[in-house]
Design a protein around this ligand. Structure first.
Ligand code: KIV
Ligand code: ZN
Length: 498
């Protein structure tokens, strides 16, 4: 019998902190239910004191899911803990995650404090949180760069104060795997009462070592890992859930396993990527489009002779089913509903009818409809409340001619038209939009992604536009890449605060 490793998913907290990845409450509930089906043990649902939206999401997620523990983040501040406890009131199993920076640089520059005072603040936060809940997790922020001897004193003090889980974040992604593993082992060996708490890893990927560090922590005694779907998270991201789960499934001799239903990994990845508008890099381990694609002749020859020659994971084990029914213009509502269900999306009959209509329109334009297409269509009504909408777009472009775009926008019911020339069709179309929306805005980033393979594919466009000192993130998806670009640009403008 393997030893159990608890999966603490922070997609909805550390993952959602990424600019442009923000979800509304309905979308968060959808992800939380999928995480429950995936088999995670703990869902970090938000940082309730940070905004009314986060507070509300923790409440609604607590009502919506049954099995996983719902966790809310706080600083070591009483007000944060009061608000977190209130937000968790409907959770069947609840945990408060409180903590403070423990590295010398955090103590000096962030808190202008001393090591002793930080221990006192940590202890009193844990004691205060224990007045509300039995399950209190303590994080020692920047533990990766905290001196081990001092870290052990902090951890010993918070366990005495009632912490049930102690989180050792490598906040800056600085540690080497053996260094991080040695840190966990140091705590196992030197903290009195360490057996009364679960040690948790929380690794960031700034140097590409998050998963390696996490596994090193587990091999040295950690029994909870903090992870996100697709490894999304601040800067270079967090440890990817799918990587840890599959490493343990592949290396059975470690005798450590999780409760993850690995066949739900791929649908969960698609859902999170689609809702958060965060493309998965094609060569991403486990869930990238190329993760199981063998292109070199030598590899293809080997795989055809025996799949084990070059494949250590059966794609079906992570939910990638090449034989899945391909949806086409002849597919009925039931087939679409089934595919949505496999992808973790449930919807009312009314919404299904609307999605089916959009599905047929897309199926008229392209032969095979992929999972990514379906996720885009299923999320298409996210923009229905936008006050600026693209009504039509016509573009002329080619080699040796200047591109010309003319378009119509509907702004709160009123119709506007403009035409412009530009250095390429996207430039022309955006200049036409700017003739109508006369604001000082600058396009900062523009990413185009074809979501699977064919030339008839839906293209996704992500944009960042700076306006009034703030960055806004927009998304568009269309088989016409110029239209997708204009939609993404308009999506940004619709989000302007004034
Ligand atoms: O990276 C980090 O240190 C964190 C803590 C708030 C747990 O996300
Ligand atoms: Zn973090």
């Amino acid at each position: 019998m393997s030893e159990r490793l608890f999966i603490f998913d922070t997609t909805l907290r550390d993952g959602e902190q990424v600019p442009g990845c923000q979800l509304n409450t309905v979308e968060k509930i959808q992800v939380a239910k999928q995480l429950e089906a995936l088999g995670v043990d703990v869902i970090e649902a938000g940082f309730p004191v940070s905004s009314p939206g986060d507070f509300n999401s923790v409440i609604e997620i607590s009502k919506a899911v049954t099995w996983p523990t719902i966790c809310a983040l706080t600083r070591a501040v009483q007000k944060d803990i009061d608000v977190a406890a209130e937000a968790l009131k409907y959770a069947k199993r609840k945990r408060i995650h409180t903590g403070i920076g423990t590295s010398d640089s955090h103590i000096k520059y962030k808190f202008n404090s001393t090591r002793e005072e930080i221990i006192e603040r940590a202890v009193s936060a844990v004691k205060y949180a224990r007045r509300y809940v039995d399950d209190v997790e303590f994080y020692a922020e920047d533990a990766g760069r905290t001196d081990n001897e001092y870290l052990a004193r902090v951890i010993e003090a918070v366990i005495k104060a009632g912490a049930t889980v102690v989180n050792i974040p490598d906040t800056t992604g600085y540690c080497l795997p053996d260094e991080y593993g040695a840190k966990i082992k140091y705590l196992v060996d030197h903290v009195d009462g360490i057996d009364k708490a679960i040690i948790s890893t929380h690794c960031h990927n700034d140097l590409g070592m998050a998963t390696a560090n996490t596994i090193s922590g587990v091999l040295n005694g950690a029994r909870q890992v903090e992870v996100t779907i697709d490894g999304i998270g601040e800067r270079a991201g967090n440890t990817a859930l799918e990587e840890v789960a599959m490493i343990l499934r592949c290396h059975k001799h470690l005798n450590i396993d999780t409760n993850i239903n690995t066949q739900k990994i791929y649908p969960t990845s698609r859902m999170v990527s689609s809702l958060m508008n965060m493309p998965v890099q094609p060569n991403k381990a486990i869930v990238g489009r190329n993760a199981f694609a063998h292109s070199s002749g030598i590899h293809q020859d080997g795989v055809l002779k025996n799949v084990q020659t070059y494949e250590i994971i059966d794609p079906k084990d992570v939910g990638i089913d090449d034989n899945a029914i391909v949806l086409t213009a002849r597919s009925g509502r039931a087939a679409l509903k089934h595919r949505l269900h496999v992808l973790g999306v449930e919807m009312s009959q009314e919404k299904l009818d609307k999605v089916y209509e959009d599905f047929l329109k897309l199926a008229d334009k392209k032969k095979d409809i992929t999972d990514d297409d379906i996720m885009v269509i299923a999320g298409a009504d996210r923009n229905v409340n936008h006050h600026i909408k693209l009504e039509y777009l016509q573009v002329t472009s080619g080699v040796g001619v200047r591109s010309v775009a003319s378009l119509g926008l509907n702004i709160s019911g009123e119709h506007f038209e403009a035409a412009a020339t530009g250095n390429g069709p996207v430039d022309a179309a955006i200049k036409a939009v700017k003739q109508i929306i006369k604001r000082q805005m600058t396009l900062k980033e523009f990413t185009i992604q074809a979501i699977s393979k064919g030339s008839d594919d839906v293209g996704k466009v992500h944009m960042q536009v700076e306006y009034d000192g703030q960055m806004y993130y927009g998304f568009g998806a269309n088989t016409d890449i110029i239209a997708a670009s204009v939609e993404a640009y308009i999506d940004c403008i619709n989000k302007f605060r004034k």
